[in-house]
Design a protein around this ligand. Structure first.
Ligand code: NAP
Length: 430
């Protein structure tokens, strides 16, 4: 028997498990620190993007196979160490994603009211770590920093009316806070230009169909239309949306302004953030941004930095500090230790990018471990955890938690999530 532990039950973890479970004589344990599975699908993908979240049904299919087991509410690093897992399993795969925000290194970034997208996205998605975030939504102005899909998610969620959340699984605390929000002017800051955005067309196009909010683009920021021809097709479509926003400004009570060539340089305020100082930029021949010295201020009571994520290091595991991910040779970190998904390649690509990534790492480790080395595997983990009085949450337990969440859903919504670990455990009588 070959024993594999996957740390992290998000897309990268389950796609890896999906390929592994097709092999013979294999037992796969998918370990997660939360009592609930699916990682970013549950707590990262926007609650109004249910069609993307539906991929969890596929992971459920994997989780329900005989040779895959969910080991929830077990923290690797605290309840069990990486070294112990490497001792117990033929292979350990770190599929821990990139849950930490890249730091916004400008003066004033530590002011109250400045938060990272991991926290804000976690808050509206009911991640237990961020359920108490209580972002200040009492000012008209909000600055969203970054020109990626996360910035779009954040701006859209801030702009939506309660009715537009119908059918979503946004959690009650966020639904209520957003319904009472005073936010009217959302500024999305890009330090480069329309041709350098990292926004995909479908997500960008959604901003053009919001009930009470409209996107605004300054036509002067757009390059010559002929230059769009050199873009790859997806980017060309995205830029076409920006051109349409610029050409057809619609008056609505909430505005979403795209500030291009705009680099935040300081966050000011009396204690809490009151304004963001922005420097205009130009691009050099390699499309890097440089400040021009010309600045302006945007009044804002909330700043959400959406500038990318990083994987937290684990003591003893080689790490690439510059890139915020584990150091690996195409996924091999150390003998018996692998990385997959964002933990391996950094926070890029869509959920689907993890499918080939997971399959490749699974095939690589199967070739590496051969028929296995007679390790203790899951029986060994069970006795180690029992000796520490740790009772994991099983997939069967999770399905009870899920059933309780589905039963609590508002009409037409898929679920009402538990937002604390205590409430999740209470649903299974613990
Ligand atoms: P991202 O795509 O890497 O975008 C990060 C943005 O932050 C870039 O525009 C970058 O600008 C900007 N930035 C970085 N450092 C900055 C700084 N110091 N000051 C100002 N701006 C800065 O990251 P993301 O939006 O977090 O998304 C992560 C991944 O998840 C992406 O692959 C994304 O497509 C994916 N995702 C997909 C969906 C979806 O498909 N619906 C939804 C959410 C996320 P530069 O280009 O100038 O560096």
């Amino acid at each position: 028997m070959r024993h594999v532990a996957i740390v992290g039950s998000g897309p990268a973890g389950y796609y890896t498990a999906e390929t592994l479970q097709k092999a013979e004589d294999i037992a796969v344990d998918v370990i997660d620190r939360l009592p609930v599975p699916y990682g970013l699908i549950r707590t990262g993908v926007a609650p109004d993007h249910q069609s993307i979240k539906a991929v969890s049904r596929r992971y459920e299919g994997v989780a329900l196979t005989d040779n895959v087991r969910f080991v929830g509410h077990v923290s690797v690093g605290t309840d069990v160490t990486i070294d112990e897992l490497v001792e117990l399993y033929d292979a350990v795969v770190l599929a821990t994603g990139a849950p930490n925000d890249r730091p916004l290194a400008i003066p004033g970034a530590d002011r109250a009211g400045v938060i990272g997208s991991a926290a804000f996205v976690g808050w509206y998605n009911g991640h237990p770590d961020f359920a108490r975030l209580d972002p200040p939504l009492d000012s008209a102005g909000v600055v969203v920093i970054g020109n990626g899909n996360v910035a779009l998610d954040v701006a859209r969620i801030l702009a939506k009316t309660p009715a537009e959340f119908a059918g979503s699984d946004i959690v009650a605390h966020a639904r209520d806070a957003l319904a009472a929000s005073a936010v009217r002017e959302i500024h999305i800051l890009g330090r480069r230009g329309p041709h350098q955005i990292a926004m995909t067309p479908k997500e960008l196009g959604e901003l053009g169909h919001l009930e009470r909010a409209s996107p605004r683009v300054d036509p002067a920021d757009l390059p010559d239309e002929g230059d769009d021809a050199m873009l790859e097709p997806g980017m060309r479509k995205s830029v076409t949306h920006l051109r349409s926003f610029a050409a057809n400004p619609v008056a609505k009570p909430v505005t979403i302004d795209f500030d291009f060539f705009a680099m935040p340089v300081a966050i000011e305020g009396d204690g809490r953030v009151q304004r963001v100082i922005v420097e205009r930029t130009t691009l050099d021949s390699e499309l890097r941004s440089h400040g021009t010295g010309e600045t302006y201020a945007i009044d804002a009571g909330l700043v959400i930095s959406c500038i990318g994520y990083q994987t937290p290091p684990i003591p003893g595991v080689p790490y690439e500090h510059g890139r915020g991910r584990f150091a690996s040779d195409e996924g091999r970190i150390l003998p018996g230790l692998y990385a997959v998904g964002w933990a391996r390649r950094g926070p890029s690509g869509t959920i689907g990018t993890n499918k080939p990534d997971g399959a490749r790492i699974a095939e690589m480790l199967l070739a590496d471990i051969g028929r296995g080395a007679g390790k203790a595997g899951r029986a060994g983990l069970d006795s180690l955890l029992a000796s520490r009085n740790i009772v994991p949450v099983t997939f069967r337990d999770w399905r009870k938690i899920e059933a309780a969440e589905v039963a609590a859903a508002l009409d037409g919504n898929p679920r009402e999530k538990f937002t604390s670990i205590e409430a999740m455990l209470a649903a299974i009588g613990r």
